[in-house]
Design a protein around this ligand. Sequence first.
Ligand code: NAD
Length: 252
Amino acid sequence: MTALRPFPPDLTTALRAARHVAVLTGAGISAESGIPTFRDAQHGLWARYRPEDLATPEAFRRNPRLVWEWYAWRRDLVSAAEPNDGHRALAAMQRCVALTLITQNVDGLHQRAGSTDVIELHGNITRIKCSADGRIVSDWPEGSEIPPPCPACGAPLRPDVVWFGESLPQEALEAAHRAAVTCDVFLSVGTSNAVVPAASLPWIAAESGAPVGVVNPTMEGQRAGPGIHLLAGSAGRVLPQLLREIWSDVPF
Ligand code: NAD
């Protein structure tokens, strides 16, 4: 295993002094828990489909069974997965500093690692809602009908996630934006920064004067610039090292 490079002093100094840290996570932080990123999913069981073609309201109208089954497959992956050291390091950081955790992930692994008040920009795959009125449904008839019908109105059930072309939950988006503008340091972890509006949060933070640390093993497509520090490596290695370097006495 190669040693990680030392962290940029500008970033560690800012983190030590920070009163408020904001963190944005993407699919990459859950990769080490065995959950495929969007890109990985294209090499697996569902290689014939582009996730973008399954994660839309049109796809659900066209072929609700296919979309339901794709999400059922992803729900099974998520429930079999465990949080990794990257998720755990962020939960530990929340015990050291005021930390707003914003995620694009729908897997709930941050909460299972112990993080609280997680801002879920894209919903949560483990929640199911009625496709007609959006009400959350916790129990539905297991029968031959796929997707199962809403017990209240009979409309097909769907996952409580934000599909391409749908609006993000307004309250979550506002809270995320506020955190980006007001934080002292911003960390962007495991995201390709391809999906707006989440992708703009690191740049909003940078424009508001916060140093930004970008944690990603490849750095492909990551924007560089003044105040943006690229921390090359996997989230499961970089985040625990950052935690130990800044808050050495926190139990992890
Ligand atoms: P993405 O698939 O577009 O990008 C993943 C990024 O993570 C890439 O830049 C990749 O280089 C990086 N990465 C891979 N392994 C990593 C590791 N071990 N540590 C750190 N980084 C690593 O994902 P995205 O940017 O989150 O955007 C795509 C959308 O996909 C999001 O809207 C999200 O809702 C959805 N999604 C969620 C999950 C999940 O909940 N776990 C999984 C797949 C897709």
